[in-house]
Design a protein around this ligand. Sequence first.
Ligand code: ZN
Length: 301
Amino acid sequence: MLQAIIDFFKNLFSSFSGDSKDATSPPSTDPVDIPTTENELPEIVDVEPQDGADMPLEELDEDVVLVNVEVDVPVVDEPPVKTSDPDPPKETTPEHTPRYLWILDNGHGKKTKGKRSPKWNDGKQVLEYELNRGIVKKIIESLEKEGVQYHNLVPEENVGNILKTRVARANALKVQSDLPPVYISIHSNAGPEDQAGNWSSAEGIETWYYRTSLDGRKVAKIFQKHLISKTRWVNRGVRTGMAFYVLKYTSMPAILTENGFFNNKKEGRKLLEEETRQLIADAHVNAIMEIEKYGFKGFQG
Ligand SMILES: [Zn+2]
């Protein structure tokens, strides 16, 4: 067991080389206990809430929590073959053969402060963590049906941003998975407030990638295309430049979708609706299915 743990970390720390990101390694990680069961999960120490965007990296100070990462491989049942049947039925729709491992990052947890809209007159309010997780849940429901491989990166709800943990878990998955991983971080945006300090006039959808990641750029373009065609919301394009922590330190193609502005009075209200969340989830799934089918390397968008 001890040797297994040592090997695990040797692999883990020798693997931060992917996708031409210029980060050679994530910020130093203090010794980490690898839990062997769920019950042994060390407590997650939270940091001040922020998206990766406005994060002074050196101020991040949180423990890294790794969980046992098990990649489920779907079991494909062999159809029974009746040897006595001279004309066996033709195979129906072939099972989807998973091509990538989709790492789904829901961005925030319950302990993330801020990241909420003002309240509407009826007292309703968007909590970004709840919105992101609602969308991720719907994406997962579809990926299950499609037979696509995914990993819900932070199922625990009572956490904050835990960015280091998100990165550590994703990079550990890369080591363990037979399929190449793609990292999708799902968020909603907040714009500058109006003069009364309330709602924002900013609106629309944008998708971020890390500036030196050509793969990330292609994946971002595919997602942005589907997000706009599904929602018909304002197209703010694919973007890069800001140092989103999870985009920089993950060792795989990684994007971050900002699905509308939750503090825009009109757009935020729509984000409360299940139908809107389903649309956004469907757009993510359509992008995933395009890449499952064609890959992203050859995308010329
Ligand atoms: Zn966010």
